[in-house]
Design a protein around this ligand. Structure first.
Ligand SMILES: [Zn+2]
Length: 407
C-alpha cells in the first residue's frame, strides 16, 4: 500500500484560533496556519470519532498485531508505511521503579524512550512527520535541531529513500554525536548560532527560496502537524499500560518545544471522546513541565499567568533538548498545564547533574533532559507540591549514551 492520508481524518484546525483550515486537506505539505499573524501557528489534526470507533470495533487496539507505533493507525494521519518503517518505534514499557519509589516516598513510574532507533523519543514524532509530509508530496525535509530531532529526521528520510535531510544545528555541535549521527543517516548538516532558535532563523533565511517554492519542507517542531501526532502515541501507550488501574497522578515532562506534553494530553482527550478510557479511572493526570532554570520560557509564562510564551535569552544548559528559548506552541503548552491543574518547574544545572548521577546509581538509562524531570520531581517533593504516596510518571526522553559521548 502506498502512503496515503487516513480517511478517519476529519479536518485540520488552527491550535490558537480553533478555525478550520480552508481548502482541500493535505493537497500540499501542511505548514503553519494562515489565520494568525505571520508566520502562523501550529495546525492540529482532528479525526471523525464515528469512523475511528467503527474501525476499532472491527479490531480493538488490544488485538492489533502490528509491531511498532502504527498499531495506533486509526488515530494516525498517514497510512501505508512500509512494514519495517517504524516497527522499532514505540512500545516502550512503563514500569514502577522500586528503588526510586522508596528513595522519594512516591510511586515513581518510568517510561524510558532511549531505546528508539535514533536513541530518543524524537523517533515517534519524526516517523509520522516524515511519512505525512511525503504523502503530501514533500521531496526533501529541512529543520533546525538541538540534536536528537535532526538525527530522527535523517533516519526516517533514509527509511523512505528520500534525499538526505538538511539539518541546522548550533555552532557548538560541530563534530558532536548528533552531527555524526545525522551524516550516518544520510543527512547534510549546517551550523549557526548558539541554539535552535538561531539555527532556525539562519535556515529560514538561507533557504527562503527553496522553502517558498515548496522544494524543501520545514519539519521543525510544530511547523507541521505530523510530529504532534507521533508524539501522541506516548499518551495512547500510557493509557493502555494503565488500563484497569488509575492513570498516574502526575506526568512530569522535560519541556523544550513541548510536542510530547501537548501530544500526551491530545491522546487522553481523543480517548475520552471515544469513550476508550477506563470509566472507573477517568481522572486525568496533572501535567508538569520541567525546564532548565537557564532557559525557562514556559515556566516563566506559566507563573506569570500569561497565555503565550515569550522568548527568553538562554544562558545555555547541559540538557541540549531543553535549550529552546521560544515555543511556537506555547499557548498549547500553557493550556494543557492549566486544564490538567498541573504546574511548571525550573531546575538548576547542578540539580540536573546530580539527578543524572542518581539515575546512573539506580541503573536508569537516561540523558540530561530526563535527569531534569527527576530533578523537577525532587523539587516538587521538597516544596510539598507532590505529597507522600503520589503516583508519578517520569518521561525519560533519550539515552544516557548522548551525554556520556561528550568529552
Ligand atoms: Zn491560526
Amino acid at each position: 500500500m502506498a502512503l496515503q492520508i487516513n480517511p478517519n481524518v476529519s479536518r485540520l484546525r488552527c491550535s490558537l484560533s480553533d478555525r478550520e483550515l480552508p481548502g482541500p486537506l493535505f493537497s500540499l505539505p501542511v505548514g503553519l496556519c494562515r489565520c494568525c499573524p505571520a508566520p502562523g501557528r501550529p495546525v492540529v489534526v482532528e479525526y471523525d470519532p464515528e469512523k475511528v470507533r467503527a474501525e476499532l470495533r472491527g479490531t480493538p487496539l488490544a488485538e492489533r498485531k502490528v509491531v511498532g507505533m502504527w498499531r495506533y493507525a486509526p488515530l494516525l494521519p498517514v497510512l501505508g508505511v512500509p512494514e519495517d518503517y517504524a516497527a522499532d518505534v514505540g512500545g516502550t514499557p512503563t514500569v514502577r521503579h522500586d528503588r526510586l519509589s522508596r528513595e522519594l516516598g512516591v510511586d515513581v513510574f518510568l517510561k524510558n524512550e532511549g531505546t528508539g532507533p535514533s536513541g530518543s523519543f524524537k523517533d515517534r514524532g519524526l516517523a509520522v512527520g516524515v511519512a505525512l509530509g511525503r504523502a503530501c508530496g514533500a521531496k526533501r525535509f529541512c529543520l533546525p535541531t538541538q540534536g536528537s530531532a535532526g538525527v530522527a529526521a535523517c533516519l526516517f528520510s533514509a527509511r523512505l529513500g528520500m534525499p538526505g535531510c538538511l539539518v541546522w544545528m548550533p555552532d557548538g555541535f560541530q563534530g558532536s554525536i548528533y552531527h555524526r549521527a545525522c551524516e550516518f543517516f544520510g543527512g547534510e548538516v549546517r551550523f549557526a548560532g548558539p541554539n535552535i532558535a538561531a539555527a532556525g532563523r539562519a535556515m529560514r533565511e538561507q533557504l527562503r527560496d527553496e522553502l517558498s517554492s515548496g522544494e524543501y519542507v520545514d519539519i521543525s517542531t510544530f511547523f507541521e502537524p505530523g510530529r504532534l501526532e507521533g508524539k501522541k502515541t506516548m499518551g495512547l501507550e500510557i493509557a493502555e499500560q494503565f488500563a484497569g488501574r488509575p492513570l498516574p497522578d502526575l506526568i512530569v515532562y522535560p519541556t523544550g518545544g513541548g510536542t510530547g506534553l501537548v501530544g500526551i494530553w491530545k491522546a487522553f482527550a481523543e480517548l475520552s471522546d471515544l469513550v476508550l478510557l477506563d470509566p472507573a479511572h477517568t481522572r486525568l493526570p496533572r501535567m508538569v513541565a520541567v525546564q532548565s532554570a537557564n532557559c525557562a520560557p514556559v515556566v516563566e509564562a506559566f507563573h506569570s499567568g500569561l497565555e503565550q510564551v515569550m522568548p527568553v535569552t538562554s544562558r545555555g544548559t547541559v540538557a541540549d533538548g531543553l535549550d529552546v528559548p521560544a515555543a511556537i506552541m506555547g499557548h498549547g503548552i500553557l493550556r494543557v498545564l492549566r486544564a490538567s491543574h498541573g504546574t511548571a518547574v525550573a531546575v538548576s544545572e547542578e540539580a540536573i547533574e546530580s539527578a543524572f548521577a542518581q539515575y546512573g546509581e539506580a541503573g536508569v538509562p537516561a540523558g540530561y533532559e530526563s535527569a531534569a524531570t527527576l530533578a523537577g520531581l525532587l523539587a516538587l517533593r521538597e516544596s510539598g507540591e507532590v505529597t507522600d504516596g503520589a503516583r508519578v510518571l517520569l518521561l525519560n526522553t533519550g539515552s544516557q549514551l548522548i551525554p556520556l559521548s561528550k568529552a
